[in-house]
Design a protein. Structure first.
Length: 214
């Protein structure tokens, strides 16, 4: 998102929005300004993804309230609070709720741009990780129930003969299932299969599988 991100400036002070927009546009960012949280919420469905610069104190709906509303909408764009009225408890609450940064007005152009870049880079990393996790889950969903059983045991280091004993089938059948598992998960080694299992939480205690050793 970093290269095409739009910076959404939500602030009820028109002179501040204008000044911030000038700084951001001169740095190559596309900027969208909103005079209130309500305006932003009404336009969010058609808005381009980006980073939100959010004023803390605004009429009707304040910055923290807007943050809560965005969370309800499962909106995960990075938020940077900017305010001249901030205090430590408020900033802690905002950060705990997922805000990327909390800047006090006036803020230097350098510090603002650094905060935005940091927020966008972190958001990109989180999104890529989420996309990869969804891809892994999609691949696992293609396994048959028996293949899923074999997968759960093989990533725990069970040998083919141990898996065959536990599942009540032949070692030859397990080898065939194992081959299909590797093929469907698009991996070439057991280590890669184990890595996928770890990423999706298959190796947590709640997903433990007890094996009987022959």
């Amino acid at each position: 998102m970093t290269g095409t991100a739009v910076i959404h400036v939500v602030d009820d002070d028109p002179s501040f929005r204008k000044a911030i927009s000038r700084v951001l546009e001169s740095s190559g960012y596309e900027v969208a300004g909103y005079e209130s949280a309500g305006c932003f919420l009404r336009g969010i469905e058609n808005a381009k993804p980006g980073c939100i610069l959010l004023d803390l104190q605004m009429p009707t709906i304040g910055g923290l309230q807007l943050q809560d509303e965005l969370a309800k909408l499962s909106q995960s764009w990075p938020i940077i609070f900017m305010t001249g009225y901030g205090d430590i408890p408020t900033s802690v609450r905002a950060i705990k709720a997922g805000a990327e940064d909390f800047l006090s007005k006036p803020v230097s152009s350098e510090r603002l741009l650094e905060a935005i870049e940091r927020a966008l880079v972190r958001h990109d990393a989180i999104q890529q990780s989420r996309d990869q996790l969804n891809s892994f889950r999609s691949l696992i969903s293609t396994l048959t129930p028996r293949e899923a059983d074999v997968f759960a045991l093989m990533v725990r280091g069970r040998l083919n003969k141990q898996i065959a004993f536990q599942l009540g089938t032949s070692e030859r059948t397990i080898k065939a299932h194992r081959h299909m598992v590797m093929q469907k998960l698009r991996v070439r080694s057991l280590a890669e299969a184990v890595s996928i299992a770890e990423r999706v939480g298959l190796l947590t205690p709640s997903h433990s599988v007890s094996a009987r050793t022959p």
